[in-house]
Design a protein around this ligand. Structure first.
Ligand SMILES: Nc1nc2c(c(=O)[nH]1)N[C@H]1C(S)=C(S)[C@@H](COP(=O)(O)OP(=O)(O)OC[C@H]3O[C@@H](n4cnc5c(N)ncnc54)[C@H](O)[C@@H]3O)O[C@H]1N2
Ligand code: MOO
Length: 633
């Protein structure tokens, strides 16, 4: 059944919703042991049962004295005090008996022998004494109401002899995964199945929001079954999230169920991803319909569910962290929606660079790989490359500062450098890669949009890459000669032996500037073959891996690629030529700590052994650094 989707700006929609639900059932309070109250929110103020300290005590190691008997002391008039009469020995924290009213630190006592102490300066009354109630006075309020309890608050309450604290009860959030296609991770997936993962994504996020997640079993796309599960969850929880079925498909029931048992306030927000979100309530409790795609779900969780839970549990929203960065690639966006663009971040020559990555609502790895998110407002069509953008951080800034941003050509070697670098530096340094092909990568390096660029060729003069670096010295870290050729299905059923045959079958291509593309284009130009006559010429993949997966899945018959990848996917390979593969880096950056650490990895034996086991690589020059000076041009 068709449903009318609204398009309400996020902030407006959230305000309307929070305003509508503010009078729903209030969270109840309970008394709990002070030991267990971390991160809970107080319902009422907490008062002290005992002063701290509750007796006068010494703040220092030394002697407790009667100030009056020390007044005459000075460098010319050393005074001798008698133990137990004029002074007693005390250590920090010891009680001060009534007769004494000051403490002299042990280092200010000239000598102490034969039950006497010599002093050379007077003590001011009450010096170095912590008086009763210095920290906390009995019956004083120590923690206000609606306060999220921190470790130091617990310390203070225990010092004040508080045993139990009245806090708001845990806020239970029911999670209902819906979808006939869903299976658990233990089941063997067949075509048409989707492994249910949203409930665990929601669970982790809800724990982070300070609430208690309750996951219910997967429910098939059946109106009555979903309704039953929602009613049950409403009985047991304070809020309910329904995963998927939010859109307009034949089996999307979330809207109608909420409308039947309660009220839908909003269906459709002007955000992408996340637009079909449903904000409603029933039985005095909020219900939110979360779009099924994981990234859409994440956006709705962070921007709607989190503030809703905060509001209902009386917690303040913690501030997100932002940095200013230069945008490394143009963002196109729709005027209809506010968009959440996931980016990788790097620090190049002191400036942060934000590089947009894959953006599909179904790509959960875009959240795994993202370092930050740029929110592109609804009323703009995009942001130009090079603009300054505000990026919300998803990672610690220190981690980003120590991450090498690589943009260029993909090879399994780069993945290995990345894993070995992290391992060898015990997590201190990381390598973050974006694959756009060699030529685009080298342009990014030239423009200071990345720290290094993995590329498929070394001889600058051969491909005329030198034109990009007329102003700067550039170095090449050699990695391997790799075998390039034709990837075909196992057993080579079409008997493809050369490029002449490749162009007759269904191919999958690579993006411009990649080694495979250059090889193919040079070949078809030399033979005057029309690009449009090749089936699949326009289908571009950005890595050798995705090319191999396409062939393995029988969506193409053959493609140009590298040996190691065809081997990894159990495909056959017809070698054609060898070319060199390595890393370009600006010479001035060779001394950066992270680059030096990466060179250590590249020169290490375990790393070389791992590459050798992939097959198809000649490592005889691996680790050599060639420096090209500007005068080279
Ligand atoms: N004709 C239209 N189709 C769609 C529209 C639209 O406006 N018109 N909106 C699209 C947008 S935008 C989104 S977002 C999705 C929302 O989909 P639903 O909330 O209805 O969810 P499903 O269609 O059931 O699932 C979408 C996708 O997510 C997978 N999924 C669902 N649940 C889980 C789970 N628990 N764990 C992992 N993955 C899950 C599901 O299998 C689908 O692949 O609708 C668009 N369509
Ligand atoms: O808005 Mo949907 O949320 O694009 O994926």
């Amino acid at each position: 059944m068709g449903k009318y989707l609204m398009n309400i700006p996020l902030e407006d929609g959230l305000d309307q919703y929070l305003n509508e639900i503010k009078d729903l059932k209030k969270l109840e309070g309970e008394f709990i042991d002070v030991n267990d109250c971390l991160n809970k929110v107080t319902c009422e103020p907490v008062y002290s049962n005992l002063s701290s300290p509750f007796y006068n005590c010494s703040a220092m190691d030394g002697i407790a004295v009667k100030a009056k008997s020390t007044f005459m002391a000075n460098e010319q008039n050393i005074i001798t005090l008698k133990e137990n009469i004029d002074y007693i020995e005390v250590d920090t924290g010891d009680p001060i008996p009534k007769d004494f009213d000051a403490v002299i630190m042990i280092e200010d006592v000239l000598s102490k022998e034969n039950k006497t102490a010599k002093i050379y300066k007077p003590a001011i009354p009450w010096q170095h004494i912590r008086c009763i109630g210095e920290d906390i006075v009995e019956q004083e309020m120590i923690i206000p109401s609606f306060h999220k309890i921190r470790p130091q608050d617990i310390g203070a309450m225990i010092s004040a002899r508080v045993q139990n604290v009245k806090v708001f009860k845990g806020f239970k959030v029911g999670i209902i995964p819906t979808g006939t296609e869903l299976i658990t991770k233990e089941e063997t997936p067949k075509v048409g199945d989707i492994i249910e993962s949203n409930s665990k994504l929601f669970e982790g996020l809800i724990v982070g929001y300070g609430a208690i997640p309750v996951i219910y079993p997967i429910v098939k796309d059946n109106y009555n079954q979903i309704k039953k599960s929602v009613l049950n969850a409403l009985d047991e929880c304070d809020m309910v999230l329904i995963s998927a079925g939010s859109s307009q498909g034949r089996e999307d029931y979330t809207h109608d169920i909420i409308a039947e048992i309660g009220k839908v306030l909003i269906h459709g927000l002007a955000i992408k991803p996340g637009k079909p979100a449903i904000l409603g309530y029933a039985r005095n409790k909020p219900i939110i319909g979360i779009p099924g795609y994981p990234v859409s779900a994440w956006v709705v969780m962070e921007n709607i569910v989190r503030p809703t839970i905060n509001k209902l549990t009386y917690k303040k929203c913690s501030n997100n962290k932002y940095i200013a960065a230069k945008l490394g690639k143009r963002i196109m966006s729709s005027l209809k929606y506010e968009e959440f663009i996931r980016v990788k971040l790097g620090k190049v020559n002191g400036e942060y660079i934000a590089m947009p990555i894959k953006q599909g609502a179904g790509t959960i790895t875009s959240l795994v790989n993202a370092d930050g998110v740029i929110r592109v407002s609804q009323n703009i069509e995009g942001i130009a490359q090079g603009s300054s953008v505000k990026v919300e951080l998803l990672k610690d800034i220190d981690e980003i500062n120590k991450t090498i941003l690589a943009i260029g050509s993909h090879d399994l070697i780069v993945d290995l450098i990345s894993s070995e670098l992290t391992k060898n530096s015990l997590g201190q340094f990381k390598l973050n890669s974006i694959y756009v092909g060699s030529e685009q990568g080298i342009l990014a390096l030239k423009n200071d949009e990345c720290n290094i660029s993995p590329a498929h060729l070394f001889k600058l003069e051969d491909e005329d890459y030198s034109k990009y670096f007329i102003d700067e010295d550039i170095s090449i870290i050699k990695l391997a000669k790799r075998t390039q050729g034709i990837i075909v299905k196992k057993g080579n059923p079409l008997k493809i032996e050369s490029l002449d045959e490749l162009v007759k079958y269904r191919i999958v291509n690579r993006q411009k500037g990649s080694a495979s593309r250059i090889l193919l284009d040079n070949f078809i130009d030399s033979k005057n073959i029309k690009k449009s006559s090749i089936n699949g010429y326009k289908r571009e993949e950005s890595t050798n891996m995705s090319v191999a997966k396409t062939i393995q899945n029988d969506d193409a018959d053959c493609a140009i690629g590298i040996y190691s990848v065809s081997k990894a996917f159990g495909l056959d390979f017809i070698p054609i030529c060898e070319h060199e593969y390595g890393i370009l880096v600006k010479t001035k950056n060779l001394q950066d700590d992270s680059i030096k650490k990466m060179l250590d990895v590249i020169n290490s034996n375990p790393f070389k052994q791992k590459i050798n086991s992939l097959g198809g690589y000649d490592l005889s020059q691996c680790g050599e650094v060639l420096k090209y000076e500007k005068s080279y041009n």
